[in-house]
Design a protein around this ligand. Structure first.
Ligand SMILES: Cc1ncc(COP(=O)(O)O)c(C=O)c1O
Ligand SMILES: N[C@@H](CCCC[NH3+])C(=O)O
Length: 432
């Protein structure tokens, strides 16, 4: 059990959250190593051990830092990175290069050189200009890169519009247009600077229905048949992306990995048999589902305001700076008072952040025990895209991250200091 309640306090992976708040201060991200490992092991059981010739690349954008990458490495998964900064972190964590995949719709020359120098396992190419750049860099360096092309499979997913990526009008990937796709695939096949591995898609995030992955897989498989027909070339790999939904509130009915992957693998195997293809390697790229539910955020309740006949606001010492998702996607969360965890819920409050934005509301109308300044509020499911999207708006410092594991706690990211926030600022001579 990751979450427990003992003596009226919330315990997270064996650690007393009220003690953690005291020791490390708030706002604080608390991430359970056990929960992350459980997710990795579920992927091992439901996918890696169950099927031959498959692999998982954790989409590290969800939560990218040295300690997290070490956990992922030890659990035997690969990673997906999307920037020089994420790749740099992976290099500093000594993450095995061959297990790294590099995504992104606008990789710079510097980023591509960094990736090719480190020898990343796969570059997921997002457009024809990028292929040209890769070929040129490989030629210059005398190296060969393994590439997949990201396509937009033109499926509409059921999720917030802002986190949907597989629709026709998308900045990501190559459109399903033969006049664009076929020449660049031919170029990749013929190039001696790249190994053309195959096709990649990622259709969106926080999905609960497996049907869109299935539709998209069929599109990618049809493309594999077309490539074989036109160029007598069998692709080696298909990457079906990530997007598996997690439980933020009771309305989210989380599905197992098997719910998504068993039908996907069955469809793939059947399709390949029927169309005379060797079944390619199948890769997936889950981010959120590996780390979201492992993480909670702790905040201290500060100012409390009652607007008669309207609502009661309780403000936390952070907000959209450490969790931008409610402001950005109207994302919903749930939480509890960590220091009153066993008490009756007897009032309804709205938890607001402290940023100077009206949209900085963490949770509207949540039931809590009688709330007071100084209480510790724990928000659940903040492990993914929380710390990862933290920012310095209003010059608030990025909180610390503590990794907890069966009663032991260790800091993995220190709290940012004000000095660090302004360390790159300069007063020009003309203003002195
Ligand atoms: C290319 C790519 N792969 C994987 C992911 C991970 O998605 P999720 O965190 O929903 O599993 C994303 C983000 O949506 C992505 O853009
Ligand atoms: N950051 C988003 C997901 C985007 C995933 C990347 N394509 C979220 O918090 O839901």
């Amino acid at each position: 059990m990751i979450k427990e309640i003992k003596d009226n306090y919330l315990i997270w992976d064996g650690c007393d959250t009220v003690e953690l708040a005291k020791e490390y201060g708030t706002p604080l991200y608390v991430v359970s190593q056990t929960a992350i490992e459980n997710e990795c092991r579920a992927l091992q059981e439901d996918f890696i051990k169950k099927y031959e010739n498959v692999h998982v690349a954790y989409a590290s954008k969800a939560f990218n830092n040295l300690a997290m990458l070490k956990i992922i490495e030890k659990e035997g998964l690969g990673i997906d990175v999307v920037s020089g900064g994420e790749l740099y972190t992976a290099i500093r964590a000594q993450f095995p290069a061959e297990r790294i995949e590099f995504n992104g719709n606008n990789k710079s020359n510097e980023e591509l050189e960094q990736a090719i120098d480190y020898g990343v396992g796969r570059l997921i190419v997002d457009g024809s200009q990028e292929l040209e750049k890769i070929i040129e860099i490989c030629r210059k360096k005398g190296k060969k890169a393994n590439i997949l092309f990201r396509i937009t499979p033109e499926v509409e997913v059921e999720t917030h519009q802002f986190i949907s990526t597989g629709q026709k009008d998308s900045k990501f990937g190559l459109p399903l247009d033969e006049s664009l796709l076929l020449p660049i695939i031919q170029q990749a096949i013929q190039s001696s600077e790249v190994n053309f591995y195959g096709i990649h898609f990622h259709i969106g995030s926080q999905l609960f229905d497996n049907s869109t992955h299935l539709k998209a897989a069929e599109v990618a498989l049809q493309l594999a048949v077309m490539i074989k027909g036109k160029f007598n070339y069998e692709i080696k790999e298909l990457n079906y992306g990530g997007g598996f939904g997690v439980r933020y509130t009771e309305d989210d009915k989380r599905q197992s990995y098997a719910y998504f992957l068993d039908p996907l693998m069955a469809l793939t195997e059947d399709f390949c048999v029927q169309n005379g293809l060797n079944r390619p390697t199948i890769a997936i790229e889950p981010g959120r589902s590996i780390v979201a539910e492992a993480g909670i955020s702790l905040h201290t309740i500060g100012s409390i305001k009652t607007l008669p006949g309207i609502r009661k606001y309780a403000a936390i010492d952070g907000g959209m700076t450490d969790n931008i998702r409610p402001g950005l996607y109207q994302a919903t969360y749930t939480g509890m008072l960590a220091n009153k965890a066993a008490q009756a819920l007897d009032e309804t409050v709205t938890i607001s952040g402290k940023a100077c934005e009206s949209t900085d509301i963490l949770i509207e109308n949540i039931q809590v025990p009688t709330i007071a300044s100084g209480d510790i509020f724990a928000t659940f499911t903040t492990g993914a895209y929380g710390y990862a999207m933290a920012n310095n708006y209003n010059k608030l410092a990025i909180p610390a991250v503590v990794l907890v594991n069966k009663g032991k706690a260790d800091i993995i990211v220190k709290r940012q200091t004000y000095e660090q926030i302004i360390q790159n600022e300069r007063i020009p001579e003309s203003l002195k």
